[in-house]
Structure formats: structure tokens, C-alpha cells
Design a protein around this ligand. Structure first.
Ligand SMILES: NC(=O)c1ccc[n+]([C@@H]2O[C@H](COP(=O)([O-])OP(=O)(O)OC[C@H]3O[C@@H](n4cnc5c(N)ncnc54)[C@H](O)[C@@H]3O)[C@@H](O)[C@H]2O)c1
Length: 339
């Protein structure tokens, strides 16, 4: 019999970049027993201790059995091979985990009596958009295995959702900012880390591509908002998560970095010739569904916070060039652990 007072909530991928924020928010709310399931691919990479959690299991979410899931009321599904370049490492792994694995997992959750399933999707499914300010009903252009896997799941889970199994798809903006398990393979974090470690900013494109940006804490805040929301408001909904004011061209992010670290130089490396992602996104649906949602950060405040953390840590060139903060490099070493 499920505990009717404190809900049991499972966060998959709780040991990643967004996960520690999610766990902190849930445990401090006191309304939940918080369960975490993570394969631990980047567990040793964290630069700070993980927050305490009520119940933790280190395993593949695809291996969770019915008995375990029968005890769970709601699921926040963060676990994934989590970005575009990682998908290129082995497309099959990305599709097996993110697409087929997630679909089977959601079915298992439904069979076990889970009531709500929040899916962390991504705005990167817009790829190279033909127009600016993409809305949820616009044609997507997934350019990578990662983006394709997110579309696959949106389509397959839409068929599973019903009145007893609420599924929402959060198309999150690109994350940035401080986390206990920092990654610097995201554009904002990369510029700040490079500025602190090397005294320069390296732009891999010509700086013109658009990206919608959101602090990783605000992704967790938004997921919490969905968790509390009435199912009737969010069931089967695909929602871009971010704010219209937080779309930036990559060169603007570089300029903001230069405002913080005035001595740094900006160089264009031209490395990203094959990366044609360029999308500006409209967030009116999110704003109208959650008019009282307050973003904790904007790009400037989030960049300032992370730059201070990096300087306190004395983040240096070994950190910048090493494996610890780059998911792809760690994944290459751990790939044999993944089925
Ligand atoms: N970071 C972003 O910019 C961003 C933007 C939009 C959406 N998202 C999505 O949010 C989610 C979390 O992103 P993140 O940045 O925290 O990623 P992350 O790579 O830091 O964390 C993902 C976690 O999932 C775990 N994991 C991977 N496969 C697993 C499996 N089969 N079983 C159990 N655990 C597994 C990893 O060990 C890792 O701890 C992902 O689904 C990602 O696609 C992230």
C-alpha cells in the first residue's frame, strides 16, 4: 500500500549535472521520499559531495523491476546519454538507452502503477530551424542521434499516456551554471571554464548560432512545478522550458564572458564546421501554463555565480583539458559498462 502522505518519487540520473539540484529541491520540500537510480557513469567526476537522498540504487534504470517500481508514485526521468556529441560516439547506445530503453521503462512504470512520468526532453530537437522562435507544434529537425532519441520518446510515450498515467515532455533549453557535478561541455560553462583556466574564450562556430539557455537549477525548479501541477494541465503536453528573453547568440555569450573577465581574448577556432545546430525558441506556452513560475537565475547572474565557483576552485588548464568535467571523455572510458 503506497504511503498517501509522503509520495515516493524516483529521480533517474540523479548523479548527473541536473540531478543533484533536483534531489535538493525534492528533499527540502518534505513532501516526498526521494529515490535515485543512476548507473553512476559520472559519479566520480563530481567536484562537490552529492546531496543526501532517502534511497539510492546504482544500476541501469532499464533493470529496475516491477517490485521496485510498485513502490514509486511519480518519476522524473533524467537518465540519458545526455548530449549531441555523445550520441555520435555510438548512435546505437544513445538509441538503446534514450529511445527504446526509456519507452520500455515508461511502460513498466505504468504497469507498476506509477501515476506521473516527467520526461526531460530537449530544445535541441529543433536542430537547424528555418525560422526563429520555434513553438512546440513547429516541424522539428533532429540533427543528431541524441535529438532523434528525444523525438522518438515524445512520440512513443504519447501513446502510453492516459488518465491514469500522466506523461509530460519538457523540452528544456540548453543548461548552464553551477552544479555539484559540473560539466563544461555546455557552451556557457565551457566559455567560463576556458576563460578562468586559459585566459581566453574559444568559439567553435562563427558565433552566430542561437541557443535558448537556462540555469540547471531552473530546469529542476521547472520539473518541480510540473510535479506539483494538476495532471489535467500537463498530461500529454509537450512544453518548451525556458524564457523568451534567454535566447542568445553564441557570440553574445562570449561577450558576456568578456564582461566578467575583462582581460580574456576571444578566438574563433572553426572546429564546429559540422555542427549546424541553430535554434531560437518561443516559451509562451510555458509562461502561460505557469504564470507564477519565477526563474531563480538569468544568464548574467548564473554566469557570475559559476565564474566565482570556478575561481574559488582555482580551476586550471589541467581541469579544462582533463576528463573530469567533459562527459564525452569519461563516457569513452566507461563505454564498456554500458549495455
Ligand atoms: N544539460 C542540458 O543542457 C540538457 C538540456 C536539455 C535536456 N537535458 C536532459 O536532461 C537530462 C539530464 O541531463 P544532465 O545534463 O544532467 O546529464 P548528465 O549526463 O550529467 O546526467 C545523466 C545521468 O544519467 C545517468 N545514466 C545514463 N544512462 C543511464 C542508464 N541507462 N541507467 C541509469 N542511469 C543512467 C548517468 O550516469 C548520469 O549520471 C538528460 O535526459 C538530458 O538529455 C539536458
Amino acid at each position: 500500500m503506497k504511503n498517501m502522505k509522503r509520495k515516493n518519487i524516483l529521480v533517474t540520473g540523479h548523479l548527473g549535472y541536473i540531478g543533484p539540484h533536483m534531489v535538493e529541491i525534492l528533499t527540502s520540500s518534505k513532501d516526498y521520499n526521494v529515490y535515485g537510480c543512476d548507473l553512476g557513469l559520472f559519479k566520480e567526476n563530481a567536484w562537490e559531495d552529492f546531496p543526501p537522498i532517502d534511497n539510492e540504487i546504482i544500476c541501469d534504470f532499464r533493470d529496475l523491476d516491477k517490485e521496485y517500481l510498485e513502490n514509486i508514485d511519480e518519476v522524473i526521468h533524467l537518465a540519458a546519454i545526455s548530449n549531441d556529441p555523445m550520441g555520435d560516439l555510438d548512435e546505437n547506445i544513445t538509441m538503446r538507452i534514450n529511445a527504446e530503453g526509456t519507452t520500455e521503462f515508461a511502460k513498466k512504470c505504468k504497469d507498476a502503477g506509477v501515476k506521473k512520468f516527467l520526461m526531460s526532453s530537449s530544445c535541441s530537437i529543433y536542430g537547424k530551424s528555418e525560422k526563429l522562435d520555434m513553438v512546440e507544434s513547429d516541424e522539428t529537425e533532429p540533427l543528431t542521434a541524441y535529438a532523434k532519441s528525444k523525438i522518438y520518446v515524445e512520440e512513443s510515450l504519447m501513446d502510453i499516456a492516459d488518465d491514469n498515467f500522466c506523461v509530460s515532455f519538457l523540452r528544456n533549453s540548453t543548461a548552464y551554471g553551477y552544479s555539484k557535478n559540473l560539466r563544461i561541455d555546455l557552451v556557457v560553462n565551457n566559455f567560463l571554464a576556458c576563460a578562468v583556466a586559459l585566459g581566453e574564450i574559444r568559439i567553435m562556430s562563427d558565433g552566430s548560432p542561437w541557443r535558448p539557455l537556462i540555469h540547471c537549477r531552473d530546469i529542476a525548479n521547472a520539473l518541480f512545478e510540473f510535479l506539483k501541477a494538476d495532471n489535467s494541465k500537463i498530461n500529454k503536453q509537450i512544453i518548451n522550458v525556458g524564457h523568451n528573453s534567454q535566447n542568445f547568440q553564441v557570440k553574445e555569450v562570449a561577450e558576456l564572458t568578456k564582461e566578467i573577465f575583462q582581460d580574456v581574448s576571444i578566438c574563433f577556432t572553426g572546429e564546429a564546421v559540422t555542427d549546424s545546430r541553430d535554434y531560437r525558441v518561443n516559451f509562451d506556452k510555458f509562461t502561460s501554463l505557469f504564470p507564477n513560475f519565477k526563474f531563480q537565475y538569468n544568464l548574467k547572474s548564473g554566469m557570475k555565480e559559476l565564474s566565482e565557483k570556478l575561481m574559488d576552485y582555482e580551476f586550471d588548464s589541467d581541469d579544462f583539458n582533463g576528463d573530469q568535467f567533459i562527459r564525452l571523455k569519461t563516457l569513452k572510458k566507461n563505454i564498456s559498462k554500458i549495455k
